[in-house]
Write a protein that binds this ligand. Structure first.
Ligand code: F6R
Length: 240
């Protein structure tokens, strides 16, 4: 795993943008695996500015998102589908028909997992962007998730519900389960870019980079990927 340590969040976002922009410029019909959460926001802002000011086009790009809360429609303002429209897609020239995410309100959860697995087989990610949970999760693969798991429904860990409650009015509004790509779908990406910012990620960054490769720390599987870059600001990298 290649590790880049930056002085601050802005530099982290700038470096991440450089890597993402290279993928899009090299292949205007690239498949981008995307993440929600706070960490990618600086990167997404730069992608929007670059599209607006420098004309980098996303017309041929397709995106696949990691995860979606179960029980929320794509229109629900707390859904990850809404998050992506609001924080990225609305600022790009991308065709929304080319942006894919799990259906949080599918009638049959198992069928929805099969559908999304099948989609990911046909849309292999040229790059997969990841954030890192404070417990070492990637996407919503909580500690203990089998490394060979594909798309599945997960019950969220208490620590993840606590972390995510900052984005909801009340803690009890945070959904308790979600659809997620599994480690297998993530590892299938041609390139992986994982971002971590802040002291609360330091333990997880250490485990991901230097710890034992174990299902107890899902991000540790990334050590086995042939082209994975982790960018951490100095707070997140403090234990390396
Ligand atoms: C989001 C996702 C999560 C987040 C992680 C870090 O799609 O899959 O794994 O990347 O929880 O979240 P932030 O960036 O908010 O610290």
């Amino acid at each position: 795993m290649k590790v880049i340590v930056t002085n601050d969040y802005e530099e982290l976002s700038e470096k991440a943008f450089g890597i993402m922009a290279d993928v899009v410029k090299a292949n205007p019909s690239a498949v981008l695996g995307l993440a929600t959460g706070t960490t990618p926001l600086g990167l997404y802002r730069r992608m929007i500015e670059d599209c607006r000011d420098k004309g980098t086009s996303y017309k041929g790009v397709k995106t696949v998102n990691l995860d979606e809360y179960a029980g929320l429609t794509a229109e629900d303002k707390q859904s990850y589908a809404s998050f992506m429209r609001e924080n990225l897609f609305s600022g790009l020239d991308i065709d929304l028909k080319n942006t894919y995410i799990e259906n949080g309100v599918a009638a049959d959860a198992e069928k929805e997992c099969q559908r999304y697995n099948g989609l990911l087989d046909t849309l292999r990610q040229d790059i997969q962007l990841l954030g890192l949970g404070s417990n070492g999760h990637i996407a919503f693969n909580e500690p203990g998730t089998p490394f060979e798991a594909g798309v599945h429904v997960v019950k969220l860990a208490e620590s993840t519900i606590n972390d995510n409650s900052r984005l909801f009015e009340r803690r009890e509004d945070v959904p308790v389960s979600a659809y997620t790509m599994g480690p297998k779908n993530i590892m299938n990406a041609k390139k992986i870019l994982i971002l971590a910012s802040g002291a609360n990620k330091a333990q997880a960054v250490y485990g991901a980079v230097k710890g034992e490769i174990t299902e107890s720390l899902p991000a540790s599987i990334l050590q086995l990927h042939p082209d994975c870059t982790l960018i951490a600001d100095k707070e997140a990298a403090a234990l390396l």
